[in-house]
Write a protein that binds this ligand. Sequence first.
Ligand code: GCB
Length: 573
Amino acid sequence: MLKPRPTATREQVRLDGLWRFNTGDAADTATTLEAAVPASYNDLFADAKIRDHVGWAWYQRAVRVPRGWSEDRIFVRVDAATHAGKVYVDDTLVAEHVGGYTPFEADITDLVSAGSEFRLTIGVNNELTETTIPPGTITVDAGGRKRQQYQHDFYNYAGLHRSVWLHSVPQVRVTDVTVETELDGTVRYSIATSSPAPVQVRILDHAGELVATGADGVARIDNPTLWKPGAGYLYTLEASIDGHDVYEQPFGVRTVSVSATQFLINGEPFYFTGFGKHEDTPVRGKGHDDAYLVHDFQLLDWVGANSFRTSHYPYAEEVLDFADRHGIVVIDETAAVGLNLAVVSGLTGAPPRPTFSPETFGDDTRAAHAQAITELIARDKNHPSVVMWSLTNEPASNEDGAREYFEPLVKLARTLDATRPLTYSVVMFATPANDKIADLFDVISINRYYGWYVATGDLATAEQYLEADLRGWVQRFGKPIMMSEYGADTQAGLHSVWDIPWTEEYQADFLAMHHRVFDRAEAFIGEHVWNFADFQTSHGIHRVDGNKKGVFTRDRRPKAAAHELRRRWRSRS
Ligand code: GCB
């Protein structure tokens, strides 16, 4: 789906700000509550009923259509309604969408008119079930109240997490653009239009100078400036339909591939340094915030990180645009986190249920997962910063049924995008001996907590476990391997002269131990610490006001480990 962009033929109005808000079965025009957009609604109000609400919540406001749009088609676009959304123009339902981290839109031209006002209502549902991505379970307690459970630790924030737009497009228009590049400057593109129409293509450089024109789906740039990690040079593909439309699609000239045990960007070996992140800040929850966007990228640069994973869902498009411009490398993940019922029994002691079965995660879950992959690739395929798709985090890839579940999804992702490698993050219980799906993927990304959940406080034993584990994957699969999570909860300000878990010294020593092992490992292509910053989680005895594995606190202050990482990563570049 094309991102709305201002061009000579297209305009946008961003509908961010305060909207009337209520929870319940229907929008309530008498409500006195107002909610900020974009933001999660959970932490805005001092009301536990709203914070713990399970079901629909409603946002409503008046919108005036700009006077000059009478010849255009008019769309409402919702960048993210987590986890499902319904859009009404006055009393007419115009769009429904399931999936909390990808955009959807509706053509509302026939219901509104230029210069006049209408009532825009958006319903947002936060329920997670066995057929949503991510999955969860809803129970009803003795008092008749719905309770939400899920298999991931981060808090189930909900609401309009990203911008809402009113935008105009011409009647005859470009509806999709796909760009693929080669290092010699060959640009292959395909362009879809709303009705058959000839499309002209021009390629402009960063300064807006014409550097190539397209014919039959190909354009050639002489001596292209490559998009590189650390140097995000962008060109623009301008697609126009004479007398009707112009659309401008930024892109970078770069290639990505996997060769034997290396990860190559522009044919050169790339070593990932960075983090698994979250979209998570105080008060706003998962709401996108440009100030945190800028600051987080400043901190990535300060610490010497060259990359991050969008754990555990697609991030706001603004984040990827920023990464494109600044040369930060991204592993782009779907919201398929928690396809693992053994994790629940591990935490609660409940008897294990098989993860993949018609009663648990079966065909309907897989269909939702396929939709999540399809929408992720459709949205993010043109971002040069995105070098790999992560199809899922910590599934039960060691259990029966995993291969049958994942094989069609891997095939789908390869059909949708043949240019990017695929990976998934491997849970602790899945080992080189019992994992059933790693051979289907290009890169093995492993999440391990030796020295934290296993061999807690014993870094010497942890070091042996880690080394043997890494060696096992290389021996069995012979593919590039990276560490997609390793980390230790750390209370900022807690210190000790001994290796005591939760202290800042322990986190730093824990990371140093891992780095010694990585530096000896074969086929090893990168290290992503868990996590960039502390983040909010659901209640539970395993967390104290959230997950504290951040190298930065939730308000982005460095713990001692951040300085350690900075010494290591900045000396590499
Ligand atoms: C994991 C998960 C991540 C958790 C982390 C932890 O394996 O992938 O979402 O936050 O462990 O800290 O337990």
